[in-house]
Design a protein around this ligand. Structure first.
Ligand code: THU
Length: 135
């Protein structure tokens, strides 16, 4: 799948976000090794800390449904952002856990703005250097 298409899927998913409090809609599209795509979006709650980021919804759904399939890439985008959306610190931890769960095979992160034309790319390992380890 082309990067552009994965970003388009993230932007499309953002349209279904539930973000009445921040009014900042985010979509995430996870590309699996078999070419399948799992999407998510941010889901906020009146009790603010209960809200979930788009990446968390998409990655947790992918890993809960297709635990045997490696995550190859994730696109993150917001129709409400003029600049590429970078994952929050918590989502970087979540993404790094997915990397660990798939035998340290890194995941490409595509970060896009509202148009989907401005895209930054980094690997999860680059987004969370010097990470907390138990060993
Ligand atoms: N948000 C995401 O869904 N992903 C990010 O990478 C950054 C922030 C959400 C959380 C909250 O619902 C809204 O964007 C504003 O912070």
């Amino acid at each position: 799948m082309e990067d552009k298409e994965l970003v388009a899927r993230a932007l499309e998913a953002a349209q279904r976000a539930w973000a009445p409090y921040s009014r900042f809609r985010v979509g995430a599209a996870v590309l699996l090794e078999d070419g399948g795509v799992v999407c998510g979006n941010n889901q906020e709650n009146r009790a603010y800390p209960l809200g979930s980021c788009a990446e968390r919804v998409a990655v947790n759904y992918a890993r809960a449904t297709f635990p045997e399939l490696r995550v190859v890439a994730i696109a993150i985008a917001s129709p409400d952002s003029e600049v590429p959306v970078a994952p929050c610190g918590g989502c970087r931890e979540l993404l790094l856990e997915a990397v660990r769960a798939q035998g340290a095979q890194d995941i490409r992160v595509l970060m896009a703005d509202r148009t989907g034309d401005s895209v930054r790319e980094a690997m999860v390992s680059e987004l969370l250097p010097f990470a907390f380890e138990l060993e």
